[in-house]
Design a protein around this ligand. Structure first.
Ligand SMILES: Nc1nc2c(c(=O)[nH]1)N[C@H]1C(S)=C(S)[C@@H](COP(=O)(O)O)O[C@H]1N2
Ligand SMILES: [Mo]
Length: 374
């Protein structure tokens, strides 16, 4: 046994298998969910999510980036390895895009068994106006070489995951990394990035689940082999421990609704008055259109179409509305979207070990009474 084996041993949670079943949550899941807040579902009312309402996912700590020393290093298979200051990057051509970002783990805690991890239900979502410079121009200026197959992005944040000490690292193929919309971003909603969102600089990859948009960016390296670090290997749709699975990549179709009426404090069951109500919400998908949003008021037995609104930008969510004549009694409301490739949100869970990409339809329990709410 090496000294490292005997000393560096982290405690396990639960039975140590990494998954759990049942309605009870571990204290460690609770602690993660305080650190990594979600967007309250009523926040779906805003076209642009107020910055303080946008979801957060920080694997380890928010790093203490020393701005007197920070530079973005660009190296590997490039003709001119470069270091850029934040001022250098701000002087490059700028682009602003409204982008809906979602964590790949959104919906994880709706699976059973579930991975013991950040226990998202539905709220790992937000839409922001991001300003930065296209990555493509920066790579071209550095003289990206033709032998490069991937671009590797490294954050300044270091931590331990899967017993491995690591910086947060993700890669993209050259083809994906040089799409026009991929940006090195220094502003969110017209203000410098907040520390928790990646100050001073982050990657934004519209359409991809959030793990790709590396925060606190420290270096960019053009590499000749596909990168298979921890944060690549753990984002896969796997059915069993030895199933290699497919990589988690672009955002699946999903609609969510603003829960109508008023909530019960603890259970979040809604109370609303009988009569006409307009249900509202948002719907999104990457690299396809949303073709349809449907509502059920009877727990998924029957569905009717909502009215889908326009998309404020190519990479952002649509609004939708649906009129419903709420009748006295208890109802389970549901919403589901379909994309232009014919993919429709499932009504139940389509399970995978890591709890990735769970876009099962949202349910909202409501109690309708005459004159219940003023
Ligand atoms: N360096 C670094 N980048 C990161 C992460 C991280 O922990 N470290 N988390 C990723 C994940 S899993 C998500 S979903 C998004 C969340 O971005 P946000 O907190 O700004 O919403 O950041 C991604 N970029
Ligand atoms: Mo995420």
């Amino acid at each position: 046994m090496t000294q490292q084996d005997s000393v560096r041993r982290f405690p396990t949670v639960g039975d140590g298998s990494g998954v759990t079943s049942g309605p009870q949550f571990y204290r460690e899941e609770l602690a993660l969910s305080f650190r990594n807040r979600g967007m309250p579902t009523e926040g779906l009312r805003y076209d642009v999510t107020p910055t303080g309402m946008h979801y957060l996912l920080i694997h380890w700590d928010i790093p203490d980036v020393d701005m007197s020393a920070w530079k973005l290093n660009i190296g590997g298979l490039v003709g001119q390895p470069t270091s850029l200051t934040l001022e250098d990057i701000k002087a490059l051509p700028s682009r602003t895009e409204l982008v809906t970002m979602e964590c790949a783990g959104n919906g994880r805690a709706l699976f059973s068994p579930r991975l013991v991890s950040q226990p998202w239900l539905l709220e790992a979502i937000g839409t922001s106006e991001w300003t930065g410079t296209p990555l493509k121009g920066v790579l071209e200026a550095a003289g990206l070489q033709s032998e490069a197959v991937e671009i590797l992005f490294t954050g300044c944040d270091q931590g331990v995951q899967g017993e491995e000490v690591q910086f947060y690292q993700r890669s993209l193929t050259v083809e994906e990394a040089t799409r026009d919309e991929v940006m090195l971003v220094y502003e969110m909603n017209g203000r410098p990035l907040e520390p928790q969102h990646g100050y001073p600089l982050r990657l934004i990859v519209p359409g991809w689940y959030g793990m790709t948009s590396v925060k606190w960016l420290g270096s960019i390296e053009a590499v000749g082999e596909p990168f298979n670090g921890f944060q690549m290997a753990s984002y896969r749709y796997r059915q069993t421990a030895d199933d290699p699975g497919d990589p988690v990549d672009i955002i699946r179709v999903r609609a969510l609704m603003v829960p109508p009426g008023i909530p019960d404090f603890l259970t979040r069951t809604r109370l609303l008055s009988a009569g006409p109500v307009t249900l509202t919400g948002r719907a999104w998908v990457a690299r396809a259109g949303v073709s349809r949003v449907e509502i059920s008021t009877d727990g998924g037995s029957s569905w009717f179409n909502a009215q889908l609104g326009p998309q404020p930008s190519q990479f952002a969510w649509h609004g939708w509305t649906a009129d419903w004549d709420a009748t006295t009694g208890r109802h389970t409301l549901m919403v589901r979207a379909t994309d232009t490739n014919g993919n429709r949100q499932p009504v139940g869970p389509e399970w995978n070990i890591q709890g990735m990409g769970n876009n099962m339809a949202q349910t909202v329990d409501v109690i309708v009474e005459a004159g219940a709410v003023s």
